[in-house]
Design a protein around this ligand. Structure first.
Ligand code: GDP
Length: 319
C-alpha cells in the first residue's frame, strides 16, 4: 500500500484514509510500514488539542460532539472525531458506526469522523486510536475529539492518550444510577451535565452543584482545569462555554499538558514493552511449555514465583 505523505501533510483525505487503513491492518508487513511512516510524521504531530469525551449510551455524546464540532469549524478550526466502540470487535461497528450520527458535521469539509477498531490487539483499544490521532495531526487537524462509551476499560485507555478528558452525565441520579464508576470521575478533568433543558433544568443545576463538590474532594495533580458545566447539546447551549473552558485551560496549563504527554509516552513504552515480552513467551512453544510447567510448580507450592519468573527470563534471553 503506497501512502503519499506529502499529500497527507496537505490534508488530503484520501491519503489520510489510506494511512489509517494501513495503521489498522493486522498484516505484519503493513504494521511495519505503518510504524515506519508514523516515525516519519512524528515531527508534524503534537500540535492539536486532544480531548476525550465519554458517557453512557443515550447521554447525548454524538449530539454534543456534533454541536461542538460545528462550533469549532465556525471558528476556522479543523476537527477530527475518532469514536471507539468497545461493543463491536470490528471497525465500523453497529453502535458508533451508524451513519446517521453527526450527519451535519460529517458534511463539513473541515471535519473528519472515523470509528476506530477496538479489537484487543497489542496496546488494547487505544493504541490504534492513538496512531490514527497522530495521522490526523499530521494532516492538519487542530482538535481531535475521541469519543468513547462510558463502560469498561476503554475510559482508562482513552484518558492515557488525550490531554483533557470530559464525561457527560444526565441530570439527577448518583454515579451508580448513571452506570458511571467512581474511577471515571477520578479520571476526568471536566464533567458536563447534558440535557439541561425543559423540566430538567433545575435538576441539572442541582446535579452540577453536587458534582462540583465531588470533584473538589477528589484532589489530584493529574486533573487540569477541572470544572463542572451544564449543556443542552440539543439546543446548542453550553457548547461555547465548554470550548471557552478548554481553550482557557490550554492557555493556562501549557507546561502541565506537555508534561502529561511525556508521562503518557513513557507509560506507553512501558506497557508495550511488557506486552511484547508476554507475546514472545506466548509465541514460543518451548517457552509456553516451560511457562505451564512453572505455573504448576507455583500451584503445587514447590517453587517460589520469583524463582520461576527468573527461570523464564533466562530461557527467553538465552542465546
Ligand atoms: P449518545 O448515545 O451518547 O451518542 O447520545 P445521542 O447524542 O445519540 O443522544 C441520545 C438522545 O438524546 C437523542 O434522542 C438526542 O436527540 C437526545 N439528546 C441529546 N442531547 C440532548 C439534550 O441536550 N437535551 C435533550 N432534551 N435531549 C438530548
Amino acid at each position: 500500500m503506497q501512502i503519499d505523505l506529502e499529500k497527507l501533510k496537505t490534508g488530503n483525505i484520501r491519503s489520510l484514509s489510506k494511512f489509517i487503513t494501513l495503521i489498522e491492518s493486522k498484516k505484519p508487513e503493513h504494521q511495519k510500514n505503518a510504524q515506519k511512516l508514523l516515525n516519519e510524521i512524528l515531527p508534524l504531530t503534537g500540535k492539536s488539542i486532544r480531548i476525550g469525551i465519554s458517557g453512557t449510551p443515550g447521554v447525548g455524546k454524538s449530539t454534543f460532539i456534533e454541536a461542538l464540532g460545528l462550533h469549532l469549524i465556525s471558528k476556522g478550526l479543523k476537527v477530527a472525531v475518532l469514536a471507539i466502540d468497545p461493543s463491536s470487535p470490528l471497525s465500523g461497528g453497529s453502535l458508533l458506526g451508524d451513519k446517521t450520527r453527526m450527519e451535519k458535521l460529517a458534511q463539513e469539509k473541515n471535519a473528519f469522523i472515523r470509528p476506530t477498531p477496538s479489537s484487543g490487539n497489542l496496546g488494547g483499544v487505544a493504541l490504534k486510536t492513538r496512531e490514527v490521532m497522530l495521522a490526523c495531526e499530521a494532516a492538519g487537524y487542530d482538535v481531535i475529539l475521541i469519543e468513547t462509551v462510558g463502560v469498561g476499560q476503554s475510559e482508562y485507555d482513552v484518558a492515557n492518550i488525550v490531554d483533557l478528558f470530559s464525561v457527560l452525565l444526565l441530570p439527577g441520579g448518583g454515579d451508580e444510577l448513571q452506570g458511571i464508576k467512581k474511577g471515571i470521575i477520578e479520571l476526568c478533568d471536566n464533567i458536563i451535565i447534558n440535557k439541561a433543558d425543559g423540566d430538567n433544568k433545575q435538576k441539572a443545576h442541582d446535579t452540577m452543584v453536587q458534582y462540583k463538590s465531588a470533584l473538589g474532594v477528589i484532589k489530584t495533580d493529574q486533573k487540569i482545569g477541572a470544572n463542572v458545566l451544564m449543556s443542552s447539546a440539543l439546543n446548542d447551549e453550553g457548547i461555547k462555554e465548554y470550548w471557552s473552558l478548554i481553550d482557557k485551560t490550554y492557555k493556562e496549563n501549557k507546561e502541565k499538558i506537555t508534561q502529561k504527554r511525556k508521562r503518557q509516552n513513557q507509560a506507553w513504552l512501558n506497557k508495550l514493552f511488557h506486552e511484547l515480552i508476554e507475546n514472545k513467551v506466548k509465541e514460543n512453544p518451548k517457552l509456553q511449555e516451560e511457562w505451564n510447567q512453572l505455573n504448576n510448580n507455583i500451584l503445587n507450592e514447590v517453587e517460589t514465583p520469583l524463582s520461576a519468573a527468573e527461570k523464564l527470563i533466562n530461557t527467553l534471553f538465552e542465546k
